[in-house]
Design a protein around this ligand. Structure first.
Ligand code: TTP
Ligand code: MG
Length: 368
């Protein structure tokens, strides 16, 4: 395989940073974003916390009550998760990142791999400059900081991104891989969880260098061929997994809960149009067109309903999408007396966007 340069971009304390963005006055205070279970006032777990709160030992996954205890003497901010808001920001950032990559792969709401081999001419100095430009761009356009790891493959890029946080930039050139990995605990390798870490420890393996010199056949005996070989290769810093977008989706959809159960078309459309905007920008980012539009309603009794419409020809028009959504909700409300609790919109029968020339022809042939 040709030498590659891969980046992993990971947004810093993402949910909490989004909250700081929305309310700059909380910046500088400990900010804790929580998933409240609703059982009692403080039951639930911490989703994430900003770095100020982390200094007090507040991390993802700990009980909210424990976080409150740790922060009892300071003016800390506790907020409920607002995933829709974070997804919107994430969507914007992913679009920025996509523009900087030869190949792009989003791995989670706040992480993406970028293969930048071609545009950097496989040169690490250029890759470093590119990473700095990306950081600046995200900061200017979205006022968020991120940490970037740069290396010869996904495995190294990911570990590198974790080394320096927040607002970090860590480069690991191919000739540095061995020295970089050697002292790290095996847990740092992607795919080594708590259980594997324990099993490796019983074999006397704690660090990546110990794993690298461990007999590969014994690893295969313990973990099976696939995992055993993977751990061996990972310990040497080998990883040929390509950066690539997961297969094209069959549909793009969003569903959301209304503030109150309703049969009011205006209220439903107000929410639905916002969902349309999100779904539509996703469609455009994937360079797809649609033929079918569906709307969904989950009733106050939790019954589910849908209505669909299919166009003759593929389109990527937001206006046609919204018009169809309006018609479908009108139809639904006329036919049913269900009170809507959640509403959703979906685009399906997706196809790749036509070549530019054809779009131009249809534009000039169009009515406006
Ligand atoms: P991470 O990137 O793991 O964490 P982070 O962005 O908060 O912090 P870091 O600066 O270390 O990158 O996860 C991204 C988001 O996913 C995080 O902001 C909240 C959510 N999340 C949870 O809800 N529960 C969890 O246990 C973890 C790890 C993350
Ligand atoms: Mg993150």
């Amino acid at each position: 395989m040709q030498a590659r340069i891969v980046m992993l971009v990971d947004l810093d304390y993402f949910f909490a940073q989004c909250e700081e963005l929305r309310k700059p006055s909380i910046k500088g205070k400990p900010v804790v974003v929580c998933v409240y279970s609703g059982r009692t006032k403080d039951s639930g777990a911490v989703s994430t916390a900003n770095y100020v709160a982390r200094k007090y030992g507040v991390t993802s996954g700990i009980p909210i009550s424990l976080a409150k205890k740790k922060l009892q003497d300071v003016d800390a901010i506790f907020l409920p998760v607002d995933k829709e808001f974070y997804k919107e920001i994430s969507g914007n950032i992913m679009e920025i990142l996509r523009g900087y990559a030869d190949h792009f792969e989003q791995v989670s709401v706040d992480e993406a791999y970028l293969d930048v081999t071609h545009r950097t001419k496989a040169n690490y100095q250029r890759a470093k400059q590119l990473a700095e430009t990306i950081k600046d761009d995200i900061l200017t356009q979205q006022q968020l900081t991120c940490s970037i790891g740069v290396g010869p493959n996904k495995l190294i890029a990911k570990i590198a991104a974790d080394i320096q946080k927040p607002d970090g930039l860590t480069l690991v050139k191919p000739e540095q891989v061995k020295r970089f990995l050697a002292p790290l605990p095996v847990r740092r390798l992607v795919g080594v969880g708590k259980k594997t870490e324990k099993r490796l420890e019983t074999l006397g393996v704690r660090t990546v260098s110990q794993l690298a010199s461990f007999d590969v056949q014994r690893l295969i005996d313990v973990f099976g061929r696939k995992l055993g070989t993977y751990f061996h290769n990972a310990s040497l810093g080998f990883d040929d997994d390509p950066v690539q977008e997961k297969g094209e989706p069959e549909s793009v959809s969003r569903i959301s809960t209304l503030k109150e159960d309703t049969t009011n078309l205006g209220v439903i459309l107000d929410k639905a149009y916002r969902l349309c905007d999100d779904v539509h920008s996703k469609l455009l980012s994937l360079e797809l067109m649609y033929r079918s539009v569906s709307v969904y309603v989950v009733g106050s009794d939790l019954s589910t309903h849908s209505r669909s419409k299919t166009f003759e020809n593929p389109t990527s028009s937001l206006e046609s999408f919204k018009t169809a959504v309006k018609e479908l909700f009108e139809k639904f409300l006329a036919e049913s007396d269900v009170e809507a609790r959640r509403v959703g919109v979906k685009l399906s029968s997706l196809t790749k966007k036509e070549a530019k020339q054809k779009q131009l022809t249809s534009f000039f042939g169009g009515s406006s």
